[in-house]
Write a protein that binds this ligand. Structure first.
Ligand code: KG4
Ligand code: ZN
Length: 383
């Protein structure tokens, strides 16, 4: 069964074709990072406008790259939420239009549930293509015809694909908008057992990068600097480290970094590469410690051995290495970076396993900015 997935919940316009839930035939992403970088974060209006301009070419490219025609597609899957409402609307309305005109069922998918599914995807390096929209691309829309999709040259298959993830497992979801620990019982059945009480981990990276004038998004640049710094040079706090729950908090850590920069002086820190790298490494160590400490406790408390780490922050090299060390390579599943950040393969893939659980093809679907993870059980979509 071939499913075309559509994902537009934040700042990536993505479409993918996936066979039988796991085999990724194409994974096309138009990234808006360059559009938003000068603003230090995602500008919702710019994001929705860019989605409108890119959604059709991106979906066409997904079919073309998979070597299939619209008639070969058996169903359409779309991210219904959560996310930015203007961005979600573009994908949902486009998917409804395709479903109506192609006479194919439409399956609504939860964005976080999609991330949690990513370790099951099998992807070769040739399946992914990314296009980076530039700052002037949305101004007129005129130069958008010459799409410049680049193949995912260096994306390696995650070693996790040689082992098998089984339900139930613990999912650590860490992205720009979410940080939670979720017990995944089966596709569509989730239990949130821990979450951030303030900022998300990715948000903390982005805010600290902004304080250090390092641009947006902050994760990749801090990750690079951290690799050259001493993680023990500055003792930043690990809020909630000793609390008896499985929750996180990153806002106090961000404030501690802010105070450190204020006390030491940004110019002085940036004057010396070593000092900048030490700040990045010490901040990153605090984030990794906080995330993995509670994750370890979740695995123990629920007597589960297998762990999946997903979402944009799962790209982080330091975190990937620490998690593998702490929980063991055999039990730790982290997808390749191209599947950690937002993509539509995860939406198409999971939808295959939800198709018999939910009522598909509803034309009264509405994008939902704060869609609940257990939306399937809320009665709206149940069969
Ligand atoms: O999952 P994602 O693409 O979008 C959301 O759903 O939020 O995650 C984006 C977040 C950003 O905050 C970005 O700074 C962070 O993931 N990120 C990283 C790295 N690459 C991206 N954080 C830490 N280290 C990285 N290498
Ligand atoms: Zn995401």
């Amino acid at each position: 069964m071939l499913i075309l997935g559509i994902e537009t919940s934040c700042d990536e316009t993505a479409a993918a074709v996936v066979r039988d839930g796991c085999e990724v035939k194409s994974n096309i992403i138009a990234s808006q990072i360059l559009l938003h970088s000068s603003y230090g974060g995602v500008v919702p209006e710019l994001a929705s406008r860019a989605h409108i301009q890119r959604i059709m070419p991106v979906a066409d490219e997904a079919l073309k790259h998979a070597g299939v025609a619209s008639g070969d597609i058996d169903a359409i899957a779309v991210t219904l939420g959560p996310g930015l409402i203007g961005s979600l609307l573009v994908g949902v309305e486009y998917a409804k239009a395709l479903s109506y005109s192609w006479h194919k069922p439409l399956i609504a998918v939860h964005h976080i549930a999609g991330h949690l599914f990513t370790p099951f995807l099998e992807i070769g390096s040739a399946a992914s293509k990314t296009e980076h929209l530039k700052a002037n691309d949305t101004a007129s829309g005129t130069n958008l015809k010459s799409a410049d999709f680049k193949s995912g040259e260096k994306e390696k298959l995650a070693s996790s694909h040689k082992k098998t993830l089984r339900h139930p497992y613990i999912g650590l979801v860490i992205s720009g908008g979410h940080s939670s620990i979720i017990l995944v019982r089966e596709p569509g059945v989730y239990e949130v057992i821990g979450e951030t009480i303030d900022d998300a981990a990715g948000e903390a990276y982005d805010k600290v990068a902004k304080l250090l004038n390092l641009g947006y998004p902050g994760g990749p640049v801090i990750d690079k600097l951290a690799a050259k710094g001493n993680p023990n040079s500055i003792k930043f706090p690990r809020p909630l480290f000793k609390s008896n729950d499985l929750n996180f908090s990153f806002s106090g850590l961000k404030t501690a970094v802010m105070k450190y920069i204020k006390d030491e002086g940004l110019d002085k820190i940036k004057e010396s590469e070593i000092r900048l790298c030490d700040v990045a490494a010490s901040f990153q160590e605090a984030v990794i410690d906080s995330l993995l400490n509670k994750t370890g406790r979740a695995l123990d408390e629920h007597k589960i051995s297998q762990l999946a780490i997903v979402g944009g922050v799962a790209c982080n090299k330091g975190l990937r290495a620490s998690a593998m060390r702490m929980f063991g390579e055999d039990n730790t599943f982290i997808p390749p970076p191209i599947l950690c950040t937002d993509n539509a393969a995860m939406i198409a893939g999971l939808s295959y396993f939800l198709k018999d659980k939910i009522q598909a093809g509803r034309m009264d679907l509405d994008a939902c900015a704060d869609l609940a993870l257990d939306y399937i059980n809320l009665g709206i979509f149940s069969k």
